[in-house]
Design a protein around this ligand. Sequence first.
Ligand SMILES: NC(=O)c1ccc[n+]([C@@H]2O[C@H](COP(=O)([O-])OP(=O)(O)OC[C@H]3O[C@@H](n4cnc5c(N)ncnc54)[C@H](O)[C@@H]3O)[C@@H](O)[C@H]2O)c1
Ligand SMILES: O=c1ccn([C@@H]2O[C@H](COP(=O)(O)OP(=O)(O)O[C@H]3O[C@H](CO)[C@@H](O)[C@H](O)[C@H]3O)[C@@H](O)[C@H]2O)c(=O)[nH]1
Length: 430
Amino acid sequence: MQLSIVGSGYVGTTIAACFAEVGHDVVNVDIDEDIVATLNDGDAPIHEPGLDDLVAEHAGDRLRATTDYGAVRDTDATFLALPTPSEDDGHIDLSIMKAGARSLGAALAEKDGHHLVVTKSTVVPTTTEEVIAPILEEESGKTLGEDVDVGMNPEFLREGSAVEDFLSPDKVVLGSETERAAETLRDVFDPLVARADDPPVVETGVAEAEMIKYANNGFLAAKISLANDIANICKEYGIDSEEVLSAIGLDHRIGSAFLGAGVGWGGSCFPKDVAAIIAAARDVGYDPAMLEAAVEVNDRQPVRLLGRLREHLDPDGARVAVLGLAFKPGTDDVRNSRAIPLVEALLDANADVVGYDPVATENFREKYPEIEYADSAGEALYGADAALVVTDWPAFADLDAEFDAMATPVVVDGRRIVTRREGIVYESLV
Ligand SMILES: NC(=O)c1ccc[n+]([C@@H]2O[C@H](COP(=O)([O-])OP(=O)(O)OC[C@H]3O[C@@H](n4cnc5c(N)ncnc54)[C@H](O)[C@@H]3O)[C@@H](O)[C@H]2O)c1
Ligand SMILES: O=c1ccn([C@@H]2O[C@H](COP(=O)(O)OP(=O)(O)O[C@H]3O[C@H](CO)[C@@H](O)[C@H](O)[C@H]3O)[C@@H](O)[C@H]2O)c(=O)[nH]1
């Protein structure tokens, strides 16, 4: 099939390269000329394991990129993979989606024949039908359900394993309201589903598909927060939370995934998506108490971590090493990293902060040029009065003699990753 993908970021590039891999002809449309040039040169504009190889293999053949929306006219379906950030009050900001829909609609005005527009971005329920579809109709002059249909296909990939997650999904969710849209979506996904050994395909309505994405992310974020709540109780009793959480994970009704207690969840998705569905729920008259509690627990974890530090040392004037700046291991992404509230609180307390991350230093430096950065964990620890461990990079488990170079070896571990040993004052958050 001929497919177009609008937006060539984490999701757009990954799905474009993967759709090409399963046999479709794909064109990526992005307003960023550098991204377009990078893709056409056969390079991936973002770092994801396996993506470079796919782009290198298919660019110039089944995969190409352009800044010209007109390219969508030669395709059967367009996926919108544009950002859906948060407004200050947590509501979803649809301005980029609306701009993309306007450009797409204008391009479709000149198209003969039917076109399917699929929302891939995470959008609150009814957005596709009540916001995107009317813009498409207005700009294209076409009629919904006749010349143009809309669909919704939420994406569940994780950063750091995007290609693997997309090509081997736990499920595929196809939201549509007409048989023609459902059929086109099936045609798009059939080759991927066959190759992935037949994962469940959930055929549902458009608003249901939109909600499934928020339910998925909200549930996972709340699961981590519940694990943190339980782990905090364990801590007060002096009970080992890891033993407790790994034991409950053995119950198949609970499951062991996403029970990793610690300094909480961050990243480009959980915080904004939980905030967006809370704001949307309130708009329709429902107060989502569980999701609000999930956020509250998450916000408290960094505060609790600093509390543990203060039990050993006054941060005022102290040199504090922050180990881990990325929002999770395996990525250089620092969006909503838990290091952010911690660094801000340390700066407020007049601490002398030195940060270290194996790959995310440059991205963090852009946000916080005022702190010092080290080239290795050992360098960050050298002469430090305390260390806060924020990201569970596996390499932090191997730190050992590096702690001996600290001025005072106070280690406050937000991810239970450091190996405890004689000679360090070890304090875990949970
Ligand atoms: N990143 C993830 O892990 C992930 C996973 C699942 C779902 N999502 C959702 O997918 C959507 C996209 O997220 P992302 O992380 O890929 O975003 P991103 O910021 O990485 O990429 C967005 C791309 O859109 C381009 N763009 C902006 N305005 C444009 C316009 N008017 N026309 C064409 N291109 C334009 C930008 O140049 C950029 O390349 C969001 O709704 C997000 O919540 C993200
Ligand atoms: O047991 C756990 C698991 C994760 N986290 C934290 O949770 C956050 C999110 O982690 P993860 O889900 O691995 O990363 P993302 O790439 O943000 O992926 C999430 O957000 C994406 C965007 O919506 C979805 O597509 C994915 O399914 C969903 O897992 C990170 O800060 C992790 O440190 C924990 O604290 N404990």
